[in-house]
Design a protein. Sequence first.
Length: 199
Amino acid sequence: MSTLLFLRDVARNPARMGSVVPSSARLAQAMADCADIQPGHVVVELGAGTGAFTRELVERHPRNRLVVFEVSATLAGPLERSFPTVTVVARPAEALPEVMAELGLGRIDRVVSGLPWALWGAAQQARILDGLVPYLAPSARLVTFHYLHSRALGRVRTTRGLLVERFHDVSFSAPVWRNLPPALVHVAARPRAGTAGAA
Ligand SMILES: C[S@@+](CC[C@H](N)C(=O)[O-])C[C@H]1O[C@@H](n2cnc3c(N)ncnc32)[C@H](O)[C@@H]1O
């Protein structure tokens, strides 16, 4: 899917996008490596944009159930057409509890997030995380990314604090230099309050 499509959405909704170009293939690979998806895992992607991470996930794990949230209808339509095996939800990540019920899903094993956390205050970030946590399997893992400069400016501190409150293990990957701008993957594993049953 085109960078042009992404740029159009940035122009329409700069506060919702958090970047001006899609993530690189190298960052998508780092996200998928850190997610450590196993056969049978139910995977949820949040904020798929033009599908930089979706493509990597589908190519590596074509048999896993993948549910993708993308709030922008202009981006969700092309995602649906490009990835026919994926369940694309053109609603905000905040709607996850209702969507899980609608899809008849009770458990999430992996969350791959492209959401622009650094743009948001603690309340909005907490709302999304608290919607997710009740569905997470005890061995679940969430991966997201931050730009290196955001971390240097201290904008990642709030997200990290919220993750530490909700997960036993929280860490950063090595920097991914081949991304514009360079980024790192934030990994949160073993939720403190995952109560999910079988899907
Ligand atoms: C930084 S872009 C990342 C896109 C893609 N994952 C990538 O890395 O290239 C953030 C994406 O999150 C979407 N988004 C923003 N707020 C959202 C929300 N509350 N729920 C779902 N998607 C959201 C935006 O529309 C945008 O496509």
